[in-house]
Design a protein around this ligand. Sequence first.
Ligand code: GSH
Length: 122
Amino acid sequence: MKLYSGDLSPYSARVRMQIYAKGITGITLERPADFGMPAFRERFPIGRIPVLDIDGDMMPESDVIAEYLEEIYPKPSLLGRSARETAHIRTLARIGAPNVSAGSVRIVVSSRPTTLMFLVAR
Ligand SMILES: N[C@@H](CCC(=O)N[C@@H](CS)C(=O)NCC(=O)O)C(=O)O
């Protein structure tokens, strides 16, 4: 598999962090040279990264890619020990990428055991 991603893309970073945390070795990383250009949109009509290339099957959307990788590489699990903890993790992943990179929120570590972290508007 190949992950088309970019160093400055928070959505790509989220998937790369997952790959590193799980110790996945079967995925190569590539920054598409034509990213942002018409040729890129011809290959990837959504025009955004990350995209996971699975034998020519192009899978966009960091949420979808993350869930797919969690399913095919379940160990170590990056989900919570309960449905509620998993919901907090998914909230952080979903809200974190766009908002943290935009500097519109800061991350606070909570003392509540079920809340790993939460986001506070600046
Ligand atoms: N919902 C998408 C968002 C991906 C996204 O917006 N990626 C940015 C880079 S961080 C991008 O490719 N932008 C190019 C564009 O919008 O033309 C995801 O979660 O993967």
